[in-house]
Ligand binder design. Structure first.
Ligand code: NAP
Length: 256
């Protein structure tokens, strides 16, 4: 399959790392010809002379531009190929309005862990995507991580839980590291300790049959240090704060 990317920033570059390994041919088109050539050189790919040239040459068009640019970029193009979008908040219906309602359309929500080929990516299709194309899309998406087929109504929730949440997890790690520094450890050491603990705790959760609650109970000895810290986290509303942040993210995605 020939795959064309329109817009190659942080996220498209990350997913291209995985797709390159599938053997599919990739061409790109960026914000200008000079940018396209620069990015193509960096990523070891070919650049198209224009967005339309790219569209005409490929079997699948992937949009890596920001949601705010969809209208202006798509209004200039005549696309008769399946289109895949990774934009937060842009529904399949909106994509059909901006392009052609007779096209197979795919919506994905990757996350930045695509950079290490471990994105958790949501996928939705419109009714024009046939089983063969679905299989190709899954192969492409699985090349940069793990995919989850979703009803489109759940896409904004997935966006919050998987697309945006790496930023929230980094904030938690940064806060742990700051606590280490406050109590006398170096920043580098605190950061490494917090990061390793987050990685191992997530692995432990995946590999054990216990729920997070059961694992929490195993760590909290009666009258001990961990339960004292946990009570303090909840006094300051950690659960409420996380749920509120996810709700706000979903609300923003719905109003993009
Ligand atoms: P980004 O780094 O800003 O990438 C956007 C790219 O679009 C830039 O390389 C920009 O080029 C290019 N561009 C601007 N105008 C263009 C045009 N007219 N034609 C072609 N390319 C153009 O943004 P991003 O974070 O990768 O986000 C891209 C998409 O991924 C968004 O729709 C976003 O919702 C989605 N997404 C992002 C994340 C994330 O974690 N970042 C997660 C999930 C989904 P210049 O640099 O030359 O301006």
């Amino acid at each position: 399959m020939k795959i064309g990317f329109i817009g190659v920033g942080q996220m498209a570059s990350a997913i291209i790392t995985g797709i390159k390994q599938t053997g599919h041919e990739i061409i790109i088109s960026g914000s200008s010809l000079t940018r396209s050539q620069e990015i193509a050189k960096n990523l070891g790919l070919k650049a198209a002379l224009s967005h339309q040239e790219l569209v005409d040459k490929v079997d699948l068009v992937i949009l890596g531009i920001k949601p705010q640019l969809f209208e202006s970029v798509l209004s200039e193009l005549d696309i008769k190929k399946p289109i895949m979008s990774m934009a937060a908040g842009v529904t399949l219906n909106r994509l059909a309005e901006l392009t052609d309602s007779s096209l197979p359309l795919i919506r994905i929500m990757p996350n930045m862990n695509a950079r290490i080929l471990q994105s958790t990516t949501g996928i939705s299709y419109n009714h024009l995507v046939n089983e063969d194309l679905k299989a190709s899309i899954r192969e492409i998406v699985d090349s940069f991580g793990t995919s989850y087929e979703l009803a489109e109504k759940d896409f904004d929730t997935f966006t919050a839980l998987a697309g945006s949440s790496p930023a929230y997890i980094y904030l938690f790690i940064e806060a742990m590291a700051k606590a280490g520094v406050k109590n006398g450890l170096s920043k580098a050491q605190s950061l490494e300790i917090a990061t390793q603990t987050v990685i191992a705790s997530a692995k432990n959760l995946i590999e054990s049959e216990d729920s997070p609650h059961a694992l929490i109970d195993k760590i909290c000895s009666p009258g001990g240090t961990t339960i004292a810290g946990l009570m303090d986290l909840e006094k300051n509303g950690l659960t409420h704060s996380v749920v509120s942040a996810i709700d706000t993210t979903i609300g923003k995605a719905k109003n993009m």
